[in-house]
Design a protein around this ligand. Structure first.
Ligand code: AMP
Length: 192
């Protein structure tokens, strides 16, 4: 089973993706985590992405598309994957469809975690990682530009998935547990 999790930054995609990995034996593919690893390792991609990410803007589509193309073909994705943070632009959505078609893979569910913007700013402001450090792009002014970029570039891909009735919505303002249950209810029938 292959899934796309959509939603603005702070909607809970990462948290829920980790839960789904355990529950359904899938692999989380987070382009944000992959880029942060590139930055930490000081690779060419990391050097290009660092400043862009710190401003809350999007890393160029060709870099992202190539990263995903390499990732979905790896052995640990063979039981299925959860795309978290990709696609984020219409051109990424189209590139995804064509790379899946080439591999004869399909997406079984496209799920939007629906949340209100005001609560997102609060939620992200109080977010720290497990080691207690804070992402630079979680500073309030960067969060605001990330939300704007989401509104301008990512929200417009929703109709792409809404056509053919592919998009399912879950209320992301509920507790982590309630969102998890809603996801399970939606995915258990799909996983059979
Ligand atoms: P995330 O952890 O998903 O919020 O991603 C953190 C940052 O990485 C984003 O604000 C972008 O700068 C960059 N990024 C992650 N995924 C993508 C993507 N699919 N397209 C472009 N930029 C991305």
């Amino acid at each position: 089973m292959n899934i796309i999790l959509l939603g603005p930054p702070g909607a809970g995609k990462g948290t829920q993706a980790k839960r789904l990995e355990q529950k359904f034996g899938l692999k989380q593919i987070s382009t944000g985590d992959m880029l942060r690893a590139e930055v930490a390792a000081g690779t060419a991609i990391g050097r290009e992405a660092k400043a862009i990410m710190e401003q809350g803007q999007f890393v160029p589509d060709p870099i992202i598309v190539e990263m995903i193309q390499n990732r979905i073909g790896q052995a640990d994705c063979s039981q299925g994957f959860i795309l978290d943070g990709f696609p984020r632009t219409e051109s990424q959505a189209e590139a995804l469809d064509s790379m899946l078609a080439k591999r004869e893979l399909t997406i079984d569910a496209v799920i939007l975690l629906d949340v209100s913007e005001e609560q997102l700013v609060e939620r992200i402001a109080s977010r720290t990682s497990e080691d207690g450090t804070r992402r630079k792009d979680d500073e309030p002014e960067v969060v605001r530009s990330r939300l704007k970029v989401y509104r301008d570039q990512t929200a417009p891909i929703l109709p792409y998935y809404e056509r053919e009735g592919r998009l399912r919505r879950i209320d992301g303002m509920q507790s982590v547990e309630a969102v998890g249950t809603a996801l399970d209810d939606l995915l258990v029938p799909v996983s059979r």
